[in-house]
Design a protein. Structure first.
Length: 253
């Protein structure tokens, strides 16, 4: 096998791992794609065989991230493990990952399926699980694109300022974090930061600058964290003074 090649057959994966030197020691090699997939499947079986009251659903959700990391790792300088698989192997991987959206056509995608997890939360989750996946579904109503982004190509879209979706999404995740500070903390932080980035960094607005200003003002009134509020105020000032880099009626494609 040549260096960088990845094959997935007979239930095993052979891949070339890069060992990073960290200080005087060596970083531990990441798990193989098959090991990550197997860990996810084990977490799903554990959830299905245990009664309520445990955090098995959160463990299952957390098991998606190592799968994503393993399958999207670049192995030959340009292609990911997922893109390197033969068609039959690719279909098998997708079949093994129940509840995970897997795609390599146009867009590389390995993400939890909100609809699947919402249903699992009904039968196997506690209050925190149900609230978390309700917020996830509200954020990703079409599975992969956030509700505050209008998809315009396979990989990009404009930000829907003025729709109130940015404010609503930020509020939902902030409320969850306040009520359940120890649950799903990594995912909640990621979703909250993603909203803040869209609000304070996005330069591609679907509508007019008046819509952008309306969303920023509405967000400022929700009294978010001081650091976030400062960024919003700066963006409002730039918008009102004509120094904003936001492009109205933007097409990101």
């Amino acid at each position: 096998m040549t260096a960088g090649a990845a094959t997935w057959g007979q239930g095993t994966v052979t891949a070339v791992f890069v060992t990073l030197s960290i200080a005087a020691g060596l970083a531990q090699a990441p798990p193989s794609p098959q090991a990550a997939v197997d860990a996810y499947r084990t977490a799903l079986r554990t959830l299905e065989t245990h009664t309520k009251g445990r955090h098995d659903l959160e463990a299952l959700f957390d098991a998606v991230a190592p799968v994503r990391e393993a399958l999207t790792r670049i192995v030959d300088g340009r292609r990911s493990v997922l893109e390197s698989l033969a068609d039959d192997e690719y279909r098998r991987v997708r079949g093994e990952l129940t509840g995970v959206l897997v795609n390599r056509e146009e867009t590389l995608l390995v993400e939890p399926d909100p609809d699947f997890f919402v249903q699992l939360a009904v039968g196997h989750g506690d209050t925190a699980d149900r609230r978390f996946f309700a917020a996830l579904k509200a954020t990703y109503p079409e599975s992969v694109w956030p509700v505050y982004v209008d998809q315009q190509s396979d990989v990009s879209g404009c930000t829907k300022f003025g729709s109130g979706k940015l404010v609503d999404t930020y509020r939902a995740w902030s409320n969850f974090r306040r009520r359940f500070p120890r649950r799903y903390s990594t995912a909640v932080r990621k979703e909250t930061e993603r909203v803040v980035d869209a609000l304070t960094e996005s330069t591609c607005a679907c509508g007019e600058t008046t819509a952008v200003e309306r969303e920023l003002v509405q967000f400022a009134r929700t009294s978010p964290a001081p650091r976030v509020r400062a960024k919003v105020d700066q963006r409002l000032e730039a918008l009102r003074s004509g120094r904003s880099n936001i492009r109205p009626r933007c097409h990101s494609g």
